[in-house]
Ligand binder design. Sequence first.
Ligand code: ZN
Length: 219
Amino acid sequence: MAGGGSPLAGTAEPADATDPALGPVRSGQPTPGAVGRAGPGAHEGLAEPTGTGRRQRHELWMRRALQAAVTGPAVTGSGVTSPEAAVAAEGSADDVPVGAVVYGPDGTELAVGRNERELTGDPTAHAEVLALRRAAERLGRWRLDDCTLVVTLEPCTMCAGAIVLARISTVVFGAWEPKTGAAGSLWDVLRDRRLNHRPEVYGGVLATENSAVLRAFFR
Ligand code: ZN
């Protein structure tokens, strides 16, 4: 977005879930991942960022997640890399660059995660899971009500399950993942109507840029 890029540090803009202008999730809107979708929630549309402020916030937050995907989680918002972070980022060069950030109800950055499956040899070390764990640790509780999780790639079934269990209120994701995506592509775990907690979902945010980073990795 033109004119974007100014750091949001310090501004306590309300997150989506607490935004008084927040409307209900609209149903029946087609989504890019809706082709061939079947099962619960397949007919439900993704939420649309109606307000300009919300869209800008989502894009700003997505750039932060993308930064984490590329350079590792320990990089500060100002782009300053600590020696430890540099080592961590170097060590995870084999990992698919996926980044996730959890924001609190007031827009505070709570935790960052980068996919560390190869680095740690842990099959569950996806960016979303790591960010959720760190956010819960920071808040001292497992419930992450009114928090927003931003991730550069559509969550898989494991991460979508973890997001629901953490009671995350809003999910913003970047590139669609037609092979494993569980937020509308292959499944829609996040908005399965059989579950009593369903976060609001915004998909395809900065999808082109997020896809480009992944394509560059797999090239
Ligand atoms: Zn995952």
